[in-house]
Every structure is written in structure tokens, then in C-alpha cells.
Write a protein of this length. Sequence first.
Length: 656
Amino acid sequence: VTISRTITSQAIKDVLPIYLPSVAISGDTVSLLVQRPEQWVAWQAGLLGKVSRDGSDNPDILPNAVLDFGKGSEIRFINDDGKLTGIENLIYRDDELDDRFVNTSGDDEMSGTLTAGGFKVRNYIVWHEGNDGHREDGSGLDADLLEGQHGSFYQDASNLNTGIVPVARLAGKYDIDISGNAATATNANYASLAGDADTVDGRHASEFALSGHSHGQYVQKSGDTMTGKLTLPEMEVNQGGIIRLNTSSGETSISADAGNLNLQANKVTVPSKMDVGGLDVGGLKITDIYAQDVFGWKSSIDLSGSNVGIRVPDQNILLGFNDKGGITIINTTNGAPLFELDRKGQLYVNRNKVWHAGNDGSGSGLDADFLDGFDSNEFTRFERIPPNTDLNDYTKTGFYVSGSSHNDVKTMKNVPVQNVFSMICVGGAYCVQIVFPVRLNVSPRKIFIRSHYFSTGFWSQWSYINLDGDAVSYDPGTKAYVDLSEDPIDVSEFLSSPQLIGSSEVTDETGTYKMEKYKRSFIKPSSDCVDYILSKPEIQSLIKAKTGFKSITGAEVRSIVYPQTEGNILAAGAAYALLPPSNINPVRYEGKDFYDSIISAKDIVGKTQAVCYVLGGTDMRDYAVYTMKSSYRYGDIYIEAESVGKLEISGVWGAY
């Protein structure tokens, strides 16, 4: 806008019919901030909600528009049709009008409640609870009439002969004699009634049983024999009564007296599981069920199946009959057999064999055939060496003679002489044979000697002592060997921590079995294990204190495992040692095959194992022990066993 004359800002605002919040004049330039009036702004902001102002006869409402009517506003129709078309629903006071009205075409259902002073279908009144009275009451309802008559019409007997009931049916005399009040009548005589009137539900009196009758299908109250089948949902027998069940094979009876139930039967069949009460007052008592058999026995209880038993929970004991035909008494807290009797008649107590006059002979294992704990084979015996034998086979301690014939000796192998001889054998790991020719008075007079080392399997060459030569003196000095096998020195500190090498867990109806296998190996920086152990000053001091040696020249060390048995489960073990490669059999295992045979956790059941060990001297290259941890759980019962593996010094060479 260009103003050609000087004018003030207020003058511009006065001449322009619009709202000017600000006017700025700079020279000939006027800058105006123009703002529309508030009512226009309001109209523009609500344009989507207003009717188009183009003045047409068909105003359009823009999409998403809302018609707002102020208080007191109304919609008027200029024609007689007052229809609103194209409307899916109407909202009135927050209620959907579809819930209040139905379509005029009748294709809708009204879900709301219709309240009206009266209601007609065309010109007919609709009946409801409020207008369903007599026709005379103005309801006009015909449903309270029968053939146009009220119910009171039929209460009058005189109206029954109008054709509704034939008069002939109403003729005659009905002799019904009721003594006294009908409510307390004691006799009603129906004898004169005609036709079937003396029946009940179409059945004559002969169909029913009298209290004293003799009819075959029913029983009398005083006692009778019934030929039919009796089915009772409940049955009561008075005290002292007896129920007898007779069959072709005999009589079975059930009776009760003094609170006891007595059953008399030849055989009682019960289900696979049955609870018998009264265990606190003596339990189940069944006697004389069967007659004596050919052996003179009477059977009181018969049990079938394998591995069945009788359990006494309060005493933690079970009497079992195993599948091998034996009898076992079990401690149910840990599964340990307290008593066992096998099919052959052998008795065991706490797994220890019981000896008697029938099994105490040689080979029985009975300590009574020992002398001071030594078996007879521990003592020297005199034995004749037959022809064609090999002296390498004689490693047991004893006295031997070749016989009286030189020819017999010539058939033998590995003999130092060709003449008759006697021999002394000192058995053991280091077996020694000493041969004395019988003719020591004949030159050359010699005694022969040789030794056998068990680890190599070889015999040394025969050496001899020349009885005609000069004797060489020998002073043993203070050298000695101390056997510590009964009181070993534990050096398990040289073994590694247990390493898990296998496990198994099995759960079935008998319980949960678990087994874990472990290995401990020797820890050493050098090649010889024993030398490494003896190099430790603390070990030297321990050995000297135990043996009294001033110096130690060697030691015998063993890897040893002590298996453990708890209840009926076993924790097994195995020992291992390695000798130098020069040995024929450098790899030594004890118990390993048995240990490896336990694969499943259930393999720990019912097995035993003796202590197993492998020992060696200063040339041993390696040691290891294999142990096991076993467990069993069933309900509140838990058993656990774990074998122990150790490294022990079992012998020492030294000098005082």
C-alpha cells in the first residue's frame, strides 16, 4: 500500500475496516500486520462443522463434519415426509436408538424394553399378564373357556347328561361303604365294582405277595425259600446272623460276632492289591487253608510271582522270596540283606557265608581249615617230581625229590644235573630254587641255585656253589627291608584331583540309581615315580621315623583302591601302574575289567569287589587309581557309597 500523504498509524487503522494489530510507517512505505476478526477466525476454524454457504438448495456437509446444535435448537421438516435416510444409527442421550426401535420393514429385533399403555396388532388387542382375565372382565380372551363354557359349568353333574357323558354310564348303584371319615377310613369294599375296577395299575391282587403266602417267587417275612434272583442295593444282617453261600463244592459262610468278621472258605481270591486293616492288633491271620500235602505241610498263605515279599514298615524289614527260589530278609532302610538262604541250602548272614557240618571241607573258605590264619598251602610240603616235567613250573614253596632213577631226571627240562637230586623251592615274587645232587661225595661237589622274577617271567641262569673251593665270607652289615604293607605310608598327595570320566543315572519303578566314575593320575616331573617321591625331604623324614633307618636306598609303592559297599549297592575301583618298556608286561591293571563292566547305574546293584592294587619299585613310571561314587534313592530312603583310591608306600629298603 502506498500512501501519498502523511498519515499517522492510528489514522490508517481508523480508515481500514479490518483489525490491524500494528502499523509501521517508513517514508512512503506503510507496513501493515493484518489479522481477521475473531468471529471470522472462529468460523474458519470450525468450517468442517458448518454448512456450506454457497446458498444452494442442497447444502453439503463436508466429510468427517459434525453438526452441533446449541441449546434450544431443532430440526424442522418443510414437507409431510419427515424421513431421515442414509442413517445407520441414531444416538439419543447416549443411547443407541436401535436398542429402542425396530425398522418399519420388520427386519430387526428390539433388544430394549417397550413400555406402552396398550398394544394392538392391527385392530386386535394383545393379551399379557395384565389383561388375561375372564371374557366378562373385558379381556375378551377365549382361552379360559372349554367349548365356550367356564370350568364351573362342568362342576355341576346335571350338565354331564347333555351329550358330553352318556347317561347310561351314569346309571346303576355304587355300593361304596366308607366307615367314618374318609381321611381315616379303614376299609373300602370294591367287591361290587364292575369290570376291571378291582385292579391296581391293571394288576389283580393275585399279582402281589401276602405276608403269609406260599408263592414260589417271593419269600415270607417269617422265612421262606426264594427260587428267583434277589438283587439288593443294601443289606443288613442282625448281630449274630450268618450268611451262608452254598455251592456244589461246599459251603462258604460269613458271620460276625463281638466286632469280628469271620470268613469260612476253602479258597479266597483277592485282587492284585488289597489293604487289610487291623495291623496294630496282630495283623492278618489265616490258618489251615489247605489240608496237609504229601510232605505233611499245611499252607497258610500262598504267594505267586517272582521277587515277592512281606514288608513290616515299622521294623524296616522285609521277608522276600527271590526269583532264584531263595529267601532273603532285607533291611529296608539301606537295602542290605540281613539273611539269605539260596536254593542249594547255603545260608548267609550279613553277606557272610555260614558254615556247618555239610560245607566245612576243603575249598569252603572257612578260616577253621587255617592254622593261625595260614592256609595249608602256605606250609612246605614234600612232593615227588615225576618224569617229563619242567622245573620252571615249580614256584611253590616246598621240598622236592626227583626220584631214584637217573633216567627219570634225563627226561626233565631245565635241570642243572643229570643225576637224582633234591630241591628246595622258596616261592613268592622272587622265587628261588636250590638243587642238591644226591651224590655230593662224588666230584665235582656242587650245589646249584637260580631265581625267578615275577614281573619279567624269566628264570636266571643256574649258578653253583663249589663245595671243594674256598669259601668267601659275606657280611650283611646293617642293610635291611621293612615291610609296611599292613601299616603303609599314605602318599596320595602325589595324585591329581579326581577327574570325572563317566556317569550314568537310571530311574524306574524301583528307584533312582546314580553312578559317577573318577580318575586320579600321578603328578611327576621326572620319569621314575618312586625316585621322585623319595626325593622329598618330608617323605624321607616320615619313612625314617617309621622304620628307624638312617638311610633309605629304595621303596616299594602301590596304587591301591578300597571298594565300598553300602546296603546292596557297590562303588567299585581299579588300580594302574606302568613299568619301564623293557618289561614283558609293562602295563599293569588290577580290577579294571570289572570296573569297565559297570556301564549302567543299575550295574552297581548286588555286586562286591575285593581291594585291588598294583605295586612296584624305584623303576615305576606311572600310577593311577580309578574310583566310583554310587547312590540309590527311593522315597525317603537314600544310600550312598564311594570307593577310595590311594598311593601308598608298602615297603622300604635302607640301612640302620
